[in-house]
Design a protein around this ligand. Structure first.
Ligand code: PRT
Ligand code: ZN
Length: 286
């Protein structure tokens, strides 16, 4: 195979670190942070392009890059013809409407006839239309949160994560219109070789994500409690049970989901398990 996959990543910003980390965990090595605009991987047929996030959907649509990692907010706002291959679960944020603290809010219809400042005119416009609200959208490219204090708008629609930017500008969030996370986007017309490479990458990403969401668990249990304990540990297929040297006891090995980890651990302990070890998993292949 002679093709090389071109992957666009944000050069430096809120998507960069987690994007670089993801490829590292997928076992794909490349240099970054050297100020270079691109870098070829030493162990996977991929070339990485380091760009501003706003330009990534356009480059992927035009085929300058085959794949890209971008915030879903930017992918939707730029409305380029790209395919969402996978949700990546990092750089989570929301696009919300906020108004000056102390101002009354009775619902989205309060925005009728008002000015709203945003860098997301398309997303906001669509939302207001769906809600049957007619407001004036002022597109500004940055520092949206200062718009009300300088008299440019009565409300803003901006990206929020912790909420501290709104707070320190005397604003308060009244309505979330979109939830976003980093996504892997692809050019819709990848040739067969590149599609094969993209699928290989996706397989690795899914294995890394599955491993992160699960833990390997090893415990000792009295034999009479095994049926109950194994029913609490569905594992990948079913738990592995081996006898211990101590008569009447067994060792149980399984995989447990991170989300219901603490609840299950309590139930497992209550059922008589002892010596419970919980171990991180590096890769998990289904
Ligand atoms: O230089 P370049 O153009 O590449 O980067 P950028 O400055 O345009 O984008 P960047 O790095 O700030 O964000 C990249 C992506 O990260 C966004 O498109 C979102 O998908 C996602 N993301 C996650 C965020 C935030 N969290 C976030 N908090 N993007 C922006 N913010 C900003 C927001 O605009 C506001 O100014 O942070 C402020 C709010 O943060 P809190 O924590 O105070 O609520
Ligand atoms: Zn940007």
């Amino acid at each position: 195979m002679s093709s090389i996959l071109r992957i666009a990543l944000q050069k430096s910003g809120r998507l960069s670190e987690d994007s670089y980390q993801l490829f590292k965990e997928c076992g794909i090595r490349f240099d970054y942070g050297t100020g270079k605009l691109k870098s070829v991987s030493s162990n996977f047929p991929a070339e990485f392009l380091f760009l501003r996030d706003d330009d990534i959907p356009g480059y992927v649509e035009d085929g300058v890059a085959d794949l890209g990692i971008v915030g879903e907010n930017v992918a939707v706002e730029t409305a380029r013809n790209v395919v969402t291959m996978h949700r990546l679960g990092f750089s989570k944020c929301r696009l919300s409407i906020a108004i000056p603290r102390g101002k009354a809010w009775n619902g989205i219809s309060d925005l009728n006839g008002k000015n709203v400042a945003t860098s997301y005119p398309r997303l906001l416009g669509k939302y207001l239309q769906e809600q049957g609200v007619s407001a004036e959208i002022h597109e500004i490219s940055g520092s949206v949160e200062i718009a009300p204090s300088i008299g440019l708008a009565e409300a803003v629609c901006d990206i929020v994560s912790s909420g501290s930017t709104l707070l320190s500008n005397g604003l308060h969030e009244v309505e979330t219109i979109f939830r976003s996370e980093a996504i892997l986007v692809a050019n819709p017309t990848l040739d067969d070789e590149r599609q094969t490479l993209a699928n290989k990458l996706l397989f690795r990403i899914k294995s890394v994500q599955a491993a992160k969401n699960n833990k390997y668990i090893v415990l000792n249990a009295p034999n009479e409690a095994l049926t109950h304990i194994t029913s609490l540990l569905p594992g990948m297929k079913s738990p592995t049970v081996t006898p211990l040297a101590t008569e009447g006891w067994s060792s149980v090995h399984s995989v447990i989901n991170e989300n219901d980890f603490w609840e299950n651990i309590e139930a497992i302990r209550a059922a008589g398990a002892e010596g419970i070890l919980v171990i991180p998993i590096e890769k998990m292949i289904h």
